[in-house]
Design a protein around this ligand. Structure first.
Ligand SMILES: Nc1ncnc2c1ncn2[C@@H]1O[C@H](COP(=O)(O)OP(=O)(O)OP(=O)(O)O)[C@@H](O)[C@H]1O
Ligand SMILES: [Mg+2]
Length: 261
């Protein structure tokens, strides 16, 4: 089974350390949510996992083969239509043109994009439409690791719910592992098997919250109840700036090579 292992990873931009002693594991069919205030290094960590940056220190091992990334800003090709942007990865995989078009249209439809929308070029799409094209482009290659940097932040509540269901389906049917960055703790509660709470200066993991409830039994009452419980935890309140005071020390398990729990 594919997995990602990170141990004691640190990263610097020039002389500034932005990530310090990060350790985490991610296995197939698992969703890990990274939450924490702006600037705590979430996107940097995702770029390291995507192989776009090289860690200054530490170990990053991944046996995932097909990695797809949805960046915080959609990063679409401006000279290609939405349809061709979605199909981009399929071309690289050698899928014939007709099948590429059919798959792109099917995914576009599932993400709420009409045939008209798919004809448009990125500049003519709204921010939320661009996010959906970017998400469709990532799902199109049927990845075994999906790296998502705030993919739902520009979307309406109803559409978010549909996309959460689509993501659940991808995970349960294809065994895709997901690393999800979000500012939205409710979204993390809805989607994640574990939530990693990060804090800045330098970016580090302060706490890990496991969520054991099966995904198909996470109804609204459970999501709200769990969110309310989390909001009572001092670490969460201080980490999100809802309470003042010193950050609690990370808790370490001796068997887990320094991965905070
Ligand atoms: N290319 C870069 N060069 C120098 N510093 C950078 C670069 N990218 C990010 N940083 C700095 O690294 C720190 C972490 O940034 P990062 O984008 O990873 O945070 P983030 O948690 O994703 O924030 P946000 O929630 O606002 O997206 C910040 O202090 C940021 O200013
Ligand atoms: Mg970011």
């Amino acid at each position: 089974m594919s997995s990602l292992h990170i141990r004691h990873l640190s990263h610097k931009y020039a002389l500034t350390e932005v990530l310090n002693n990060i350790s985490l594991d991610l296995h197939a069919a698992e969703t890990l949510a990274l939450v924490g205030p702006s600037g705590c290094g979430k996107s940097t960590l995702l770029h390291l996992v995507a192989g776009l940056l090289t860690p200054a220190e530490g170990i990053l091992q991944s046996s995932f083969q097909g990695v797809a990334t949805v960046f915080q800003e959609p990063r679409l090709m401006p000279w290609k239509s939405a349809r061709d942007n979605i199909a981009l990865g399929l071309k690289a995989l050698g899928v014939p043109a007709k099948a590429r078009r059919r798959l792109a249209e099917e995914l576009g439809r599932r993400l709420g994009l009409s045939a008209d929308d798919l004809d448009k070029y990125p500049h003519a799409l709204s921010g939320g439409m661009q996010s959906r094209v970017s998400l469709a482009r990532a799902l199109a290659i049927n990845p075994d690791l999906l790296l998502l940097d705030e993919p739902f932040s520009a979307l309406d509540v109803g559409l978010k719910e549909e996309l959460y269901a689509l993501l659940d389906q991808q995970i349960s049917q294809q065994g895709t592992a997901v690393l999800l960055i979000t500012h939205d703790l409710m979204e993390a509660v809805r989607l994640a098997d574990r939530i990693l709470m990060m804090v800045p200066n330098p970016g580090r993991i302060l706490h890990e919250f496991p969520l054991l409830q099966p995904h198909d039994r996470r109804d609204t009452a459970w999501v709200y109840g769990t969110l309310a419980e989390l909001m009572q935890v001092e670490t969460v309140r201080v980490g999100f700036g809802l309470a003042s005071g010193p950050l609690p020390e990370p808790v370490f398990h001796s068997h887990d090579q320094g991965c905070p729990v």
